[in-house]
Design a protein around this ligand. Structure first.
Ligand code: 6A9
Length: 809
């Protein structure tokens, strides 16, 4: 067993694992998974866009605005925003690999847009080809409906070429009109982009040829994502010449006047194509890879059919994996199933890929983080933010409009749901995060990679600090994978995970198909676990070393057991690193503070590490983790249980070095139960359940409040985590109740079961009601009236409602 202070910089793989990873079955499975995930709607920060998960590549996207007057283009729709007056935008279907269908309710412009895509030839190592459809339906025919739409494609990399194929001919496909771009990049090979009207649009009497305008510009590669600026600057040129010709008073109607210039600059790497419509419309965009056999390329009719077939397949898989189906006799309605499907699809549709440098400050040290005693909160170290080497990340995102990037502790919740629909996709995302764990074992809590990502972050929030943590929820995803493996693999198969890799060959033949391949093949399961294990262990040791809390000499029992924890990175009113931002903590920040939530996370981390180590036959490690786990359980009671208050509390020390409790009835007091660290027959379980169920404190008709209304801090200040209801915390509670406290016999089982049922009912009902009322799910819900508030659509961890409906924990 490694010494605590022997900081292990060696994330390297042992030779057995290295050999395992290069086994032909493993390599082949990897390649296929990679190919099927190459293309995606990995630009969740815009309403609709496609890109491959490759750096410096081909970006495509949609933009639009109303043409009722000349000010329309000031209400440009491109990047997702909660300021656009939408009555919701959500993926109704999205399977992460082959297709998706999104609905966007643009009430302001009187259009419901549907954007969909379908991939073909996805096993092709090139990633295959795809079709995308954009259709618009007028919401209220009595009101004007005129829209300018733009499709753009642009190259970020300088190695590629892209050009307008002006004499592309009608090739017998079912199109009125086809505009084509030809291109090639080193990684995508040669391709053609076809933009066609599939014939579904209403005939508005305009000559369709006159409706389409194209322009091309040469922009620096790192500007290629700035579609709004580039398109707007071209439109401004047209408008300037129109005003010169006609004068402001005599301008032609906007639907005629607002047009791109039709100028294509030599060497253009950014092309935009405009189509303007009155009434209903539809057009298609096809990406044809030269490596896809011609017979497999999509037509508009093929796209229509393929989408229908994909929907049916999705519905079938969805009811199979969630057990949710209408009319099954359990009261589930078709609307319920649609809602759960919308959530799952929107979470998967929110998956993004980003690439670029982050900003990290490796030398800044806050007094509180190292020193001893009370700190002067105004003391700041010297800031030294530096860009890192570029890194890449495939990640689900909390909120497409305001937080469209990777957040470490959100991701554990995202993967809980992603993994139910597509196990292997959840592992790819997990692997992407694991790769970001650095040599010390640290990973930044917020991943802001590259300019586009950074453009959404206010100044002063970009810098990440290598001493700062965030709740280790990645471990939940690994634990969920282990559980699924156990359920799906034969007993012999599961036991084989612990065998020497050579002995696994006999299980190689079991490999099934995507997206469950890593559930059906012990060989692949072992390869995955062995690959991530050294990184996870380094990560765990980083937490254990850098977030260690001080135990006072006089607490001999606890000192002997050694485990105590304190979040680094706090100021007077925030512990952002805890994820619970402004939740009240000790009034004066102090290096002697001990945090019960982090203590609980570390208990869960140690316990899960022990499970993984055991599964892959690392017995010594398993014992070491097991010892930590037991020490944490004991010290939780020694250091954090307040018998007078009958609750778990943070602790701190005063100016005389006397220890005291910091008790606020709220989420922090629930953690030992939320993370299932307490034995079912502990009276402490009963006390926590009572606190949870008390309407005077945490209980509401809409879910668990973060802080009791009786607490002096309730609703105060930023009021972010001082009362509002967070859905993922109710998910943790339901998970603990269902899998432990209501599942195992004990004196509080009945109480736990009742709370489970009521809490599940309340949360699901309220989130669904708010979705019906407003078209959105939210970052949090009001602790008094249950109304959705703050970020929306918040289809990150709020989507765990789908898991509550399916009772999958
Ligand atoms: C600040 C302001 C538009 C805050 O869901 C992501 C995180 C959670 O991990 C965390 O627990 N959210 C929660 O307390 C959002 C974090 C946003 C940080 C960026 C910039 C942007 O204003």
């Amino acid at each position: 067993a490694a010494d605590d202070d022997d900081f292990d910089h060696d994330g390297g793989l042992d030779s057995g694992t290295a050999q395992l990873l290069s086994a032909p079955e493993v390599v082949a499975a990897r390649k296929q998974a990679d190919a099927s995930l190459l293309w995606g709607t990995y630009r969740p920060q815009i309403y609709f866009g496609l890109r491959p998960k490759l750096p410096e590549t081909l970006l495509s996207g949609l933009a639009w605005f109303g043409l009722n007057d000349y000010s329309g283009f000031q209400k440009f729709r491109h990047k997702c925003s909660d300021q656009d007056g939408m009555h919701g935008f959500a993926w109704k279907y999205h399977d992460g690999r082959t297709f998706g269908i999104q609905e966007i309710n643009d009430n302001v412009n009187n259009y419901r847009l549907e954007t969909s895509f379908l991939k073909v030839d996805t096993d092709n190592p090139s990633g295959g080809s795809w079709g995308a459809r954009v259709s618009g339906t007028v919401m209220d025919p009595a009101k004007p409906a005129n829209l300018a739409t733009f499709w753009y494609s642009s190259l970020e990399g300088l190695d590629g070429i892209l050009s307008l194929d002006s004499d592309a001919e009608e090739d017998g496909m079912d199109s009125h009109e086809s505009i084509q771009l030809k291109g090639a990049t080193a990684t995508l090979g040669e391709f053609t982009l076809r933009i066609e009207e599939g014939g579904k649009h209403g005939d508005d009497g305009q000559d369709p040829l006159r409706r389409t305008h194209v322009f091309g510009r040469r922009v620096p590669g790192e500007m290629a994502w700035r579609a709004q600026d580039i398109i707007t600057s071209d439109l401004v040129k047209t408008l300037q010449s129109l005003t010169q010709t006609y004068g402001r008073e005599n301008m032609p109607p906007p639907r005629v006047g607002v047009q791109l210039t039709d100028l294509v600059e030599p060497g253009s790497n950014f092309f935009a194509l405009q189509k303007s419509f009155s009434g209903n419309f539809s057009f298609d965009v096809f990406f044809d890879s030269a490596s896809t056999p011609r017979g497999e390329l999509l037509t508009s009719a093929g796209l229509t059919q393929g989408l229908e077939a994909s929907k049916a397949a999705y519905d079938a898989r969805f009811s199979q994996v969630t057990g949710l189906s209408a009319g099954a006799g359990d009261g589930t309605t078709a609307a319920d199933v649609d809602f759960a499907r919308d959530l799952t699809s929107s979470l998967i549709g929110g998956i993004g890929y980003s690439y670029g440098p982050s900003i990290v400050d490796r030398t800044f040290v806050h007094e509180y983080d190292v020193g001893s005693g009370a700190m002067d909160v105004d003391t700041k170290g010297v800031a030294n933010p530096q860009p890192t080497e570029p890194a890449e990340l495939l990640t689900a995102t909390p909120c497409r409009s305001i937080f469209p990037r990777g957040f470490y502790w959100d991701e554990g919740f995202h993967l809980a749901l992603v993994g139910v629909y597509d196990n292997d996709l959840s592992l790819e995302i997990l692997r992407s995060w694991i790769r970001l764990i650095d040599d010390d074992g640290w990973v930044a809590r917020e991943q802001i990679l590259g300019d586009e990502s950074r453009s959404r972050v206010p100044q002063g929030f970009e810098t990440q600090y290598p001493g700062y943590a965030n709740p280790p929820t990645m471990i939940l995803a690994v634990a969920a994978y282990l559980d699924r493996l156990k359920e799906r693999t034969s007993e012999a198969g599961f036991d084989a995970l612990g065998l020497d890799p050579q002995h696994l060959q006999e299980f190689a033949g079991e490999a099934g198909a995507l997206p469950d391949r890593h559930l059906s093949s012990p060989l692949l399961g072992q390869a995955f676990l062995r690959e991530i294990y050294p990184h996870l262990r380094r990560h765990y040791r980083w937490f254990r070393k850098t977030q260690r809390g001080e135990i006072k000499e006089w607490d001999r029992r606890a000192t002997a057991r050694g485990e105590a924890y304190r979040w680094r990175g706090r100021d007077k009113n925030h512990v952002l690193t805890s994820g619970l931002d402004d939740y009240p903590r000790a009034p004066v920040p102090h290096t002697g503070e001990l945090h019960v939530d982090l203590m609980s996370w570390m208990g869960s981390f140690a316990n899960t590490m022990a499970k993984i180590a055991r599964a892959i036959g690392q017995q010594d490690d398993a014992e070491e983790f097991g010892d930590h786990f037991e020490a944490i359980r004991a010290n939780l009671d020694d250091l954090h249980w307040n018998d007078d208050e009958q609750m778990y509390c943070d602790a701190s020390v005063d100016e005389n070095d006397q220890s005291f409790f910091v008790c606020h009835k709220g989420y922090v007091s629930l953690f030992p139960l939320l993370l299932e660290l307490l034995p079912v027959d502990s009276p402490k379980v009963s006390a926590i359940l009572d606190l949870m169920r008390d309407p005077e404190h945490l209980w509401s008709d809409y879910g668990l409040r973060s802080l009791s209304p009786q607490d002096a801090h309730f609703g105060q200040g930023e009021n972010y985590w001082r009362g509002p209801i967070w859905v993922q915390m109710s998910y943790l509670a339901l998970r603990a109740l269902k899998s432990t406290y209501a599942a195992q016999p004990g004196p509080y089982q009945a109480k736990a079961q009742k709370i489970y049922e009521e809490l599940r009912h309340n949360v699901v009902k309220n989130v669904f009601e708010e979705y019906k009322r407003t078209g959105y799910v939210y970052e949090q819900y009001n602790p008094v009236d249950g109304r959705g508030q703050r970020g929306h659509p918040f289809t990150g961890w709020t989507s765990t409602v789908a898991l509550m409906m399916a009772e999958i924990y």
